[in-house]
Design a binder for this molecule. Structure first.
Ligand code: MF3
Ligand code: CO
Ligand code: CO
Length: 266
């Protein structure tokens, strides 16, 4: 395992890329309404990235080992889709929840962030799942400082999800990020305090918990990408890219429209 500690110059580039990823999530919000198709959202984001921002959509043609090249520029995961939902002809309808996951490349560096959106009014359960999973993300973030362990993040996320009757997906995790989309370390969203890699200033990684309303089990659809819950229960995910600073953390993917940090009971 090789964790790349970023230099001040690299950190500055990661700040720029991170903010741009957040700004795509801001830009697309008014378009997430009943009747729009997920491939229309993909096209809008693609054009915004390429033509307005001068960024490269990292997912397009991304082909990690064991995968066919990803065919679109963003991931759109609706309702029981957990992650990596491939945009297509599906029309959103009132009551749907959808995760939009954006990864941009600017000047060779990656910014990766995702948020949940409501199409019209969500059910009480859907709103609760989205709220709790957002709290899970921030409880994980709050653990980040030099000398802490990746296991501290995992435990904080898992504890809050399970306390609320939800489950944590284990097959996918957060990841180091920089000049590569996915670098070491793997950031698990479950685990035990004190386990795993010790954090150091200059590390940059994502935290991106996938939280299911029902059981944690998942399966992959025939498109080779889209992950869904086996029990067809709802799933929610939020993601930020995080820098370990000398004293704590800096969230690199904040933007003007990012939802505020939740008030956490601790
Ligand atoms: N953005 C996702 C992540 O958070 C990865 C998507 S890979 C893709 O790691 F190919 F599906 F886009
Ligand atoms: Co992402
Ligand atoms: Co990510």
């Amino acid at each position: 395992m090789t964790i790349i500690i970023k230099t001040p110059q690299q950190i500055e580039k990661m700040r720029v890329a991170g903010k741009l990823a957040g700004e795509v999530l801001d830009y697309i919000k008014p378009f997430v309404i009943a009747g729009v198709t997920t491939e229309e959202l993909d096209k809008l984001c693609h054009d915004y990235m390429v033509e307005v921002q001068g960024t490269i959509p990292a997912p397009l043609n991304y082909a990690p080992k064991g995968h066919r090249p990803y065919p679109k520029s963003i991931c759109t995961s609706v309702n029981h889709q957990v992650c990596h939902g491939v945009p297509g002809e599906r029309k959103l309808k009132a009551g749907d929840i959808i995760n939009l996951d954006i990864t941009v490349i600017k000047d060779g560096y990656h910014g990766d962030s995702s948020r949940m959106y409501y199409v019209g009014e969500p059910s009480i359960q859907a709103r609760r799942l989205c709220d709790i999973s957002y709290e899970c993300l921030w409880l994980g973030i709050a653990e980040v400082k030099p000398g802490a362990y990746l296991g501290d993040i995992g435990q904080a996320v898992q504890k809050h999800a399970e306390k609320n009757g939800f489950s944590v997906v284990r097959e996918y995790c957060g990841h180091g990020i920089g000049q590569s989309f996915h670098e070491d370390p793997q950031v698990l969203h479950y685990g035990k305090r004190g386990d795993g890699v010790k954090l150091e200033a200059g590390m940059i990684f994502t935290i991106e918990p996938m939280i299911n309303a029902g059981k944690r089990d998942i399966r992959q659809l025939g498109d080779g990408w889209t992950i869904v819950t086996k029990d067809h229960g709802l799933s929610a995910q939020w993601e930020h890219t995080i820098l370990v600073t000398e004293s704590s953390y800096e969230v690199l993917t904040l933007s003007a429209g990012a939802p505020p940090q939740p008030t956490l009971a601790g």
